[in-house]
Design a binder for this molecule. Structure first.
Ligand SMILES: N[C@@H](CCC(=O)N[C@@H](CS)C(=O)NCC(=O)O)C(=O)O
Length: 205
């Protein structure tokens, strides 16, 4: 039985869970991280020495790093759907997976500042700088989505998954956002997917 450790409000756990749900996999989830603890226990550290979530155990095969998990599960269960079989399409989807980290680096200050920091401890300058930089960065995927519904063509692939989770935070934060019409349409498409509704589009916390 596929097992995953991670709290549901973690953006990186969401990537793995969303992929699992899109692939129709049965799994058991164990709450771990932040208030749930677990990640510093000797047993967990044996699986994941980073003390971070997510971690999966697939019949004895233990894996951490959310993007590696998404790639592994998609390659195993989603050839031709989440996992593009064409080499160039897969490289394209890999590129967007990796680019999600570029966006995350700027989004972090905004999300943590507004959602996980009490008002009296917030750093408004860092939040505003992050917000502006995120707005600039998102012009890049907005342009890429000008003539296609998903990053790699006509259907959802691994290329949409990490950014789909980070962009959700961006879209749901109480902030001013510059207009990115293609990206907004892509986000609406994600929001129409039952798996995205169950896993990703939940209240920010
Ligand atoms: N690069 C790692 C980062 C994992 C990570 O930073 N996880 C965060 C949650 S998003 C975490 O474990 N934070 C500590 C905690 O929840 O206790 C991945 O993508 O899996």
């Amino acid at each position: 039985m596929l097992k995953i450790w991670g709290r549901v409000n973690s953006v990186n756990v969401k990537k793995a869970l969303w992929a699992m749900e899109e692939l129709g996999l049965k799994y058991e989830r164990v709450d771990a991280g932040m208030e749930h603890g677990v990640v510093k226990t000797p047993d967990y550290l044996k699986m994941n020495p980073n003390s971070l979530v997510p971690t999966i155990d697939d019949d004895g095969f233990v894996l951490w790093e959310s993007h590696a998990i998404v790639r592994y599960l998609a390659a195993k269960h989603g050839a031709g759907t989440l996992w593009p079989v064409d080499l160039k399409q897969r490289a394209d989807s890999d590129r967007w997976m990796d680019w999600a980290y570029t966006f995350q680096a700027s989004l972090r200050a905004v999300f943590w500042g507004l959602v996980r920091t009490p008002p009296e401890k917030r750093d408004p300058k860092a939040i505003e700088e992050g917000r502006k930089r995120c707005g600039e960065l998102l012009a890049i995927p907005d342009q890429a989505l000008a003539h296609k519904p998903y990053f790699v063509g006509n259907s959802l692939t691994i290329g949409d998954i990490p950014l789909g989770c980070h962009v959700h935070l961006w879209m749901r934060l109480p902030i001013e956002r510059p207009s990115h019409p293609n990206l907004e349409r892509w986000f609406e498409r994600l929001c129409a997917r039952p798996a995205y509704q169950r896993i990703v589009d939940i209240p920010l916390s």
